[in-house]
Design a protein around this ligand. Structure first.
Ligand code: 13P
Length: 300
C-alpha cells in the first residue's frame, strides 16, 4: 500500500491500548531492517528521520526509499520527520512525501509554541499529513538537540489540553520524565502525570526516549495512553555493534554487504522485540484496520 498518514494508526493504537513503534533510521539497510521486521510481525510502523539525517541524505532520497518499502508492503507504514523547528524544512519534507511531521517548538514559551505549531498544522492538514508537537522539554541528546537534566521540564496537564485546543495538533509528546539517549539508572517516569494528561486529552500521546526504558515501565506508559514510542539510540547501538563485530573478526573486510547484512539482521531482531513490548505484533493482520478509510492515499 502507499505510505499512510500516522494519524489513523495512532488513534487506533490509543483506542486499543497498544503503541506503534517509530524507528529512527539513518541508512537504507536500517530502513529495510525495520520494515522487514514489521512485515514479519504483521505490525504497523513509523519510519522516522531526524533533521540531521534529512540534511545528510536529502528528504527526497528518504521519501523515495520509504515509498518503495511501503508500496511493496502489506503493512501500514508512515514516514515521519522527528524534532524539527525549521518551518521550511517541514514544508520540504511534506513536499517530498513525508506523511507525518513533528514541529518541535518546546524550547519556546507556550504562546510561541502554539503559534508555530498551529502554522504547521494548517499546511499539514491541507496535505493530509499528521502533526506531532512537544510540550515541556524532553531531556537528553537527540541529533543536535541537547537538553541538560536540569533544563528538562515536565508537561502540565492543563497546558496540554489548552495546547491541543489552540493548535488542533494530531499527536502530542508531553515530557513526562523520559530522556533521549541512554539512561544513567532507571528513568524517573511520572506515571500520574501521564494519567492526568490522558484524562484531559484524547489525541494519541507520544513517548520519546524509548531506548532503555525497563519493560514494565514501557507497558505502564502504553496502558496509560502512550500510543507511539520513539526508538533511536538502541537501534544505532545494535546496528553499529554488529558492524564492529565483523571488523573485529576481519579487520580487512571491505565489502559493505558483509557488514551491512549482519547489521540489518541484528536490527531486525531488536525491532521485533520493541514491537512485542508495545503490543503492536499482529495489529495489521487480517484487515484489522479495514473498517476505516484512514489508510487512504494522501490527499494531494
Ligand atoms: P532514544 O534515542 O532514547 O531511543 O529516543 C528516541 C526519540 O525519542 C526520538 O525522538
Amino acid at each position: 500500500m502507499p505510505l499512510v498518514s500516522s494519524t489513523f494508526m495512532l488513534q487506533h493504537a490509543r483506542e486499543h491500548g497498544y503503541a506503534v513503534v517509530a524507528f529512527n533510521v539513518h541508512t537504507l539497510e536500517m530502513l529495510q531492517g525495520v520494515v522487514e521486521a514489521a512485515e514479519e510481525a504483521q505490525a504497523p510502523i513509523i519510519l522516522q528521520s531526524t533533521v540531521g539525517t534529512v540534511k545528510h541524505l536529502g528528504p527526497d532520497y528518504i521519501a523515495a526509499a520509504a515509498t518503495v518499502a511501503a508500496n511493496r508492503s502489506q503493512v501500514p507504514i508512515a514516514l515521519h520527520l522527528d524534532h524539527c523547528s525549521d518551518f521550511n524544512l517541514i514544508v520540504q519534507c511534506i513536499r517530498a512525501g513525508y506523511t507525518s511531521v513533528m514541529i518541535d517548538a518546546s524550547h519556546q514559551p507556550f504562546e510561541e509554541n502554539v503559534r508555530q505549531t498551529a502554522k504547521v498544522v494548517e499546511i499539514a492538514k491541507a496535505a493530509g499529513v499528521n502533526v506531532e508537537a512537544e510540550l515541556g522539554k524532553v531531556g537528553g541528546v537527540e541529533d543536535d538537540i541537547v537538553v541538560a537534566e536540569h533544563e528538562a521540564l515536565m508537561a502540565d496537564p492543563d497546558d496540554c489540553a489548552r495546547f491541543i485546543e489552540l493548535t488542533g495538533v494530531d499527536t502530542l509528546a508531553p515530557a513526562i520524565g523520559t530522556a533521549h539517549g541512554i539512561y544513567k539508572g532507571e528513568p524517573k517516569i511520572d506515571f500520574q502525570r501521564i494519567e492526568r494528561i490522558a484524562a484531559k486529552v484524547e489525541v494519541p500521546l507520544v513517548l520519546h526516549g524509548g531506548s532503555g526504558i525497563p519493560e514494565a515501565q514501557v507497558r505502564q506508559c502504553v496502558s496509560l495512553g502512550m500510543a507511539k514510542m520513539n526508538v533511536a539510540t538502541e537501534l544505532r547501538i545494535v546496528f553499529s555493534d554488529a558492524i564492529k563485530a565483523v571488523f573485529a573478526a576481519n579487520p580487512e573486510e571491505n565489502d559493505p554487504r558483509k557488514y551491512m547484512i549482519p547489521a540489518k539482521k541484528a536490527l531486525h531482531a531488536a525491532a521485533i522485540e520493541k514491537m512485542r513490548l508495545c503490543g503492536t505484533i499482529g495489529r495489521a493482520k487480517g484487515g484489522a484496520y479495514n473498517d476505516h478509510n484512514g489508510y487512504s492515499k494522501r490527499s494531494y
